[in-house]
Design a protein around this ligand. Structure first.
Ligand SMILES: *[C@@H]1O[C@H](CO)[C@@H](O)[C@H](O)[C@H]1NC(C)=O
Ligand SMILES: *[C@@H]1O[C@H](CO)[C@@H](O)[C@H](O)[C@H]1NC(C)=O
Length: 588
């Protein structure tokens, strides 16, 4: 008689071996439908790879994420397909470079700017949620979306999570941003306020001149235009003062499925609301396969942090916020455990891209820490903007404590999840992600990515070549942002570094680094210092050519035309323009 615990262990070892064998033998048509795991995907916002204990931070406390790594597989070269939210998240959900879906721009706008902009993840893109939902999974999204909402009318919801394969949504259709908190001030707001204030001042000056001229009996004008000018100046000024409030109502709100529940949202309450939503989703779906994507509003500015965490870390408000996020991870994993779901759930933790170096509050750092890696959020190719934490845990199947240094991508989650869930990876389009299972199980030593491309908007900034026979990780940079002259390696004074134009250096020949020897990209190699220089350049150029041949022109979703505010797309839960409601009151 085999003890039940032993039989479980035996079963799991058998499963691991079978999956390993299947993963190697049959890439397509693998049938693991008898033991399809649940998926719990956790994504932090703007978190740096250097902010996590298990990635080398010894002063920030992230015990729950560290524990996840201890019990699972930790990827050390896990790469986002873009260094800002919208394109990175589009690539994550579709397994495709954002240039393929059009989730990029060519004119400087990096992410979706308004909930009421018509751009967004095109309806003909297929997310892993959609494939799994069609395979009988309950699919939920809790937290941030930032991939668009509606196309032509405020209620068509063509880009809404529910139109992209999620059957449950609770969270922000947009993104946490400075304006959502009373103390925050965004660039967007400044950009909108400035012309109104200038206009108000110009008109006021004109009115003053007219009045003075009239009083001095130099200008024979009637009083009426003077009154008008004063009224106009006052209205422009009043408008400039309400820009902040308008933005908050336009973009900082919560939805449950298709309905708005809190507009504007009360940021401090969203953490407990999200946790409650996660618990109820897990309880509701414990008996059937599910995929739950928890997309944290942490650790994006303005770093909304629950009071009990304020002042508790060694790293100011940013550290408090990271530690609260880690605590939330712990709460969620605790719920998973309490529901008896730990052993049949594949858990994943990552960040959508690197920490923001430009986020400063006076002189103190307000954004994430990217460890030894150069650059950060918003930079096309530098490692700090794209190398993020990547942890997978599936007890009994994935080896505990394994660390993998191979290049992998957030896009790999797509085929990995789809195939484990018993779905099929679409064949009618290019999928750039690769199944991670063989690598994580140790059935193969190398990731499938020989080349990875690093885009900034629609411009290729860098390419990575993993030369397998030598182990070198070559990185070729064609364009790099021109940093602020203070030498700190960031674009201070602008929200993010630009991708094109004069503020970007074009390199002829390109810059070359070998990340296996120089992970911080500190010393560019030259034909004198690197005998393989020309060979590497030629090989990478060929790979880029091959890649370009697979690209098709698609409508760009983030260009100004698709990415500006439309009154008729504005979701509003009261009467427009008084968009106000609070339906979460009885919740907590
Ligand atoms: C840990 O993270 C904090 C906050 O981002 C950062 O300031 C600090 O330098 C990091 N420490 C290490 C050892 O990476
Ligand atoms: C989606 O539609 C656009 C045109 O609107 C087209 O350019 C693109 O190729 C389509 N994508 C896929 C994956 O079919």
């Amino acid at each position: 008689m085999i003890h039940p615990r032993r039989s479980c262990l035996l079963f799991r070892s058998w499963l691991a071996v079978t999956l390993g064998v299947l993963a190697v033998r049959t890439v397509d048509g693998r049938d693991v439908s008898g033991f399809r795991p649940n998926f719990l995907l956790l994504m932090a916002d703007d978190l740096g790879i250097g902010d996590i204990g298990c990635y080398g931070n010894d002063t920030i406390r992230t015990p729950h994420i560290d524990r996840l790594a201890q019990d699972g597989v930790r990827l050390t070269q896990h790469l986002a397909a873009a260094s800002v939210c919208t394109p990175s998240r589009a690539a994550f959900l579709t397994g495709r470079y954002p240039v393929r879906s059009g989730m990029v721009s060519s004119d400087g706008l990096r992410v979706l700017q308004w909930t009421a902009a018509p751009g967004g993840l095109p309806p003909n893109e297929t997310t892993f949620a959609k494939i799994l939902r069609d395979r009988g999974y309950a699919t939920g999204l809790v937290g941030k979306w930032h991939l668009g909402l509606s196309c032509a009318s405020a209620s068509d919801h063509c880009h809404h999570p529910l139109s992209h394969g999620f059957d449950h949504f609770f969270g922000m259709p947009f993104s946490m941003m400075a304006d959502c908190a009373r103390w925050g001030l965004s660039e967007k707001r400044v950009r909108l306020e400035r012309p109104l204030r200038w206009g108000a001042q110009a008109v006021a000056l004109a009115a003053l001149t007219l009045t003075a001229g009239k009083l001095a009996r130099l200008l024979p004008v009637p009083w009426r235009p003077v009154t008008w000018a004063v009224a106009l100046a006052a209205s422009l000024w009043a408008a400039s003062c309400s820009v902040g409030t308008l933005i908050v109502h336009a973009d900082c709100f919560l939805m449950r499925n298709r309905g708005i529940t809190e507009q504007p949202m009360r940021p401090a309450r969203t953490a407990p609301l999200m946790l409650r939503e996660v618990s109820s989703f897990l309880a509701r779906n414990r008996a059937r396969p599910f995929l739950l994507f928890v997309s944290f509003l942490h650790c994006h500015t303005p770093l909304v942090t629950t009071e009990s965490f304020l002042g508790t870390s060694a790293h100011g408000l940013y550290g408090d916020n990271v530690e609260e996020m880690d605590w939330m991870v712990g709460q969620i994993l605790g719920t998973l455990d309490a529901e008896g779901l730990t052993s049949n759930t594949l858990v994943y933790f990552t960040s959508d891209h690197g920490g923001s170096l430009e986020a400063q509050d006076g002189n103190s750092q307000y954004g994430g820490w990217n460890g030894i890696y150069k650059g950060g959020k918003g930079m096309g190719g530098w490692e700090g903007g794209i190398r993020v934490p990547g942890i997978f845990r599936w007890p009994g199947v994935l080896p505990a404590g394994r660390v993998i240094h191979e290049p992998t991508s957030l896009m790999d989650v797509f085929p990995t999840v789809v195939q484990l869930g018993g779905g099929e990876v679409p064949r009618d389009r290019v999928i750039d992600g690769r199944d991670l299972l063989p690598l994580m199980l140790g059935a193969t030593q190398h990731s499938d990515h020989e080349f990875l491309l690093h885009y900034c908007e629609k411009f290729l900034h860098a390419t990575r070549w993993h030369q397998r026979d030598s182990g070198a990780i070559w990185k070729v940079h064609y364009r790099t942002p021109v940093f602020h002259p203070d030498g700190a390696g960031a674009c201070y004074g602008r929200g993010v570094c630009p991708c094109s134009g004069d503020s970007v250096a074009h390199h002829h020949p390109p810059l070359l680094f070998d990340l296996s020897r120089d992970p911080s990209e500190a010393r560019a190699l030259t034909p004198d210092t690197e005998p393989l220089f020309h060979q590497v350049m030629a090989r990478v150029a060929r790979a880029v050519e091959d890649h370009r041949r697979t690209l098709r022109p698609v409508p760009l979703q983030l260009n100004a035309r698709e990415n500006s505010w439309r009154a008729w797309l504005q979701p509003c839960c009261g009467t427009f323009p008084l968009c106000w409601c609070d339906r979460e009151t009885d919740a907590l």
